[in-house]
Design a protein around this ligand. Structure first.
Ligand SMILES: [Zn+2]
Length: 301
């Protein structure tokens, strides 16, 4: 009976709504920081188009075309029982997910260093909702590393493809500290069963939020995602409709960014982060996560 219910829910998700990421609302604090980052990077981003030398001399952040950052990655499979329907995936699937992340993030210079994979059989944890005491209990028990390390929980989420915590100022040991990380439906791994979201790009999208990126359609045509080089987009994309253009007129050049990892398109459609998103990743990294690392290069954005 459990399998039947799960299959029904999966069908509902596939047929009725697109990507179903739960990061719908952006915390006001992060939105304000994103707006500040946007103002800071506008002149530098223009410099990046005219020449890397000018960009480096402009200060404020490093050249996004040459900067790299290694991030420790811990992947946890939390499952109901040791079957595919019960949310179990083998180590090889988690390794494939890590490899896919590195292929997708190569254009940003971000590299995920897979340090450990874990398996935990716990039906209550496996299906728990976000922002609940059960989620706290799970993460306090199995989370690894610190606020600069990525914890990815692959588990049979109920009705969602995934969500992540956005970066914020946290105190070590607080609820927000422990909650930090990404929860993703385990069948979205490369080769998983959740077509058309089974090339591992849900984790790529969700980790984008962890790195400070908003949905490309977040604030509609005018506010957008507070990044200048992602074309304006009024509403999320379903499928891969080439030429989709929901913000028209001279103020909104370009068609919708349907190939951007931070839209909701099918996995096969997604392959891009823009230079502006790469700059934003490093701005956010330096502001929120690098200070947790001893080799912090935070220069006070
Ligand atoms: Zn999202």
């Amino acid at each position: 009976m459990k399998f039947t219910v799960f299959a029904t829910i999966s069908l509902l998700i596939t047929s009725s709504v697109a990507r179903r990421c739960a990061n719908v609302e952006v915390p006001e604090e992060l939105r304000q920081e994103a707006a500040r980052f946007r103002a800071l990077s506008a002149s530098s981003l223009r410099a990046s188009i005219t020449g890397a030398d000018a960009l480096r001399k402009s200060g404020g952040y490093n050249d996004p075309t040459t900067r790299t950052q290694k991030i420790k990655l811990y992947i946890h499979n939390v499952y109901i029982n040791r079957t595919a329907e019960g949310g179990y995936i083998p180590n090889s699937d988690m390794e494939k997910q890590a490899k896919a992340l590195n292929e997708h993030y190569a254009q940003t210079g971000i590299y995920f260093d897979l340090r450990r994979v874990t398996h935990t059989k716990n039906a209550t944890w496996a299906t728990c909702e976000r922002d609940t005491p059960i989620e706290q209990d799970m993460k306090r028990t199995i989370r690894k590393g610190d606020y600069g390390d990525m914890n990815l929980y692959l588990r049979p989420l109920q009705g969602w493809l995934g969500w992540c915590t956005f970066p914020k100022d946290v105190v070590r040991g607080s609820d927000d500290y422990w909650k930090d990380g990404c929860d993703v439906l385990q069948s979205t791994v490369p080769g998983g069963t959740f077509f058309p979201y089974n090339e591992g790009k849900t984790s790529t999208h969700e980790i984008g939020h962890w790195l400070g990126l908003l949905h490309t359609f977040q604030g509609g045509c005018d506010e957008g995602d507070l990044i200048d080089d992602t074309p304006a987009e009024a509403i999320y994309t379903d499928g891969c409709p080439i030429g989709k253009d929901t913000c028209v007129g001279p103020a909104y050049p370009g068609v919708d960014p349907i190939h951007n990892f931070m839209d909701y398109s099918d996995d096969a459609c997604l392959n891009q982060f823009t230079p502006g998103q790469t700059v934003r990743i490093y701005q956010t990294w330096d502001r929120y996560r690098a200070p947790w690392k001893s080799n912090s290069s935070y220069t006070g954005y």
